[in-house]
Design a binder for this molecule. Structure first.
Ligand code: AMP
Length: 177
């Protein structure tokens, strides 16, 4: 696994539009091009399956982290597979050793993962960069919520600046280089 590792949080859904999966493939290619190894949820579900396939095609190092109760949905062909007892341990293990956390458009699991990571960054417990790909405005509601927190004093401005919202592949590349 390269020294530079990025954890990618993404959708487990099969019901999303294919353009979200095309974005995911582009993101994997950019990360690979920048010399990152990747860590993900490592399942065959939704966008996770898509990024695993792209990493395999590229020959990119890719660690998958799954809780034992998901046995049977692991993606076969990852460079490394790690099993955890709980979802909480899974998130911890996914982040371990990474210097970048990327949330692609996703559902509540992805939201949970990125917000937990941002909270840890705020507390100085996650040293990496936190990025939510605001593809076609997908994360505008989250941005608005965080800004609302700042306006109401619930979140300090320096912590709000710990999360980046790139909108294009060029923005994303500039963020992760
Ligand atoms: P979601 O964004 O709700 O589709 O959930 C996907 C994210 O949460 C992934 O990054 C996984 O780590 C985790 N997750 C939530 N639900 C599942 C599931 N059914 N199978 C695998 N991973 C899941």
């Amino acid at each position: 696994m390269p020294e530079k590792k990025a954890v990618v949080f993404c959708s487990a859904s099969f019901d999303i539009d294919e353009r979200f999966n095309d974005l995911a493939r582009d993101v994997v290619r950019i990360l690979f091009g920048c010399g990152y190894g990747m860590v993900s949820g490592g399942t065959v579900k939704g966008t996770m399956n898509v990024i695993a396939g792209e990493a395999l095609r590229l020959g990119m190092e890719h660690k998958g982290v799954l809780p034992v109760f998901m046995k049977g949905v692991e993606y076969r062909g990852l460079t490394e597979l790690v099993w955890t007892e709980t979802m909480a341990e899974r998130k911890e293990e996914m982040r371990a050793g990474t210097c970048l956390a990327v949330a692609l458009p996703g559902g509540i699991g992805t939201l949970d993962e990125v917000i937990e990571t941002l909270t840890l960054a705020k507390l100085g417990r996650y040293p990496g960069k936190v990025v939510a790909f605001n593809f076609e405005g997908f994360y505008e509601p989250l941005k608005a919520l965080l800004d609302h927190y700042v306006e109401t004093g619930m979140l300090d401005r320096p912590s709000r600046r710990l999360i980046y919202f790139p909108e294009t592949l060029d923005d994303f590349l500039a963020c992760v280089q």
